[in-house]
Design a protein around this ligand. Structure first.
Ligand SMILES: [Zn+2]
Length: 131
């Protein structure tokens, strides 16, 4: 079984994410700085998806429905949930709040012109307002 692939596609990143053999996509627009973080999350979800898929009725399959930044934090919405999925996704969310969404270096949650973003000092530039 193919572990997973992330296809950068024509629009940028994440036209497709595969977890196991399950093609997952719909609304995937995460910040590029979180690529590694999401990649690692997909690796951890892989065995869970394999387990889950064995229990699903024909025609039903696991999908990642939405991947994006909201309030400075990773949102990773999936079609099927359980405690194990939630724990992995929550761990990735915690990671996202200390990872610059632009470059992937250590970052912090910040308020930029009223928008919550997670950025490192370099990507923030000179106009920091405490979050
Ligand atoms: Zn940065």
């Amino acid at each position: 079984m193919q572990l997973r692939e992330i296809d950068f596609g024509t629009k940028g990143i994440f036209d497709h994410i595969y977890v196991g053999s399950q093609c997952v996509r719909r609304d995937l627009n995460p910040p590029v700085g979180w690529f590694d973080l999401i990649y690692r999350l997909c690796e951890r979800l892989e065995p869970l998806v394999r387990e889950l898929s064995a229990t699903l009725p024909p025609g039903d399959r696991f999908e990642v429905v939405q991947v994006k930044q909201k309030m400075g934090e990773l949102r990773f919405h999936v079609s099927h949930r359980n405690a194990a999925f939630d724990a992995e996704i929550e761990a990735a969310q915690v990671d996202s709040l200390r990872t610059c969404e632009h470059c992937g270096r250590p970052g912090a949650l910040r308020n930029v012109d009223g928008w919550l973003v997670t950025l490192c000092k370099e990507c923030l530039g000179p106009t920091e307002v405490p979050a």
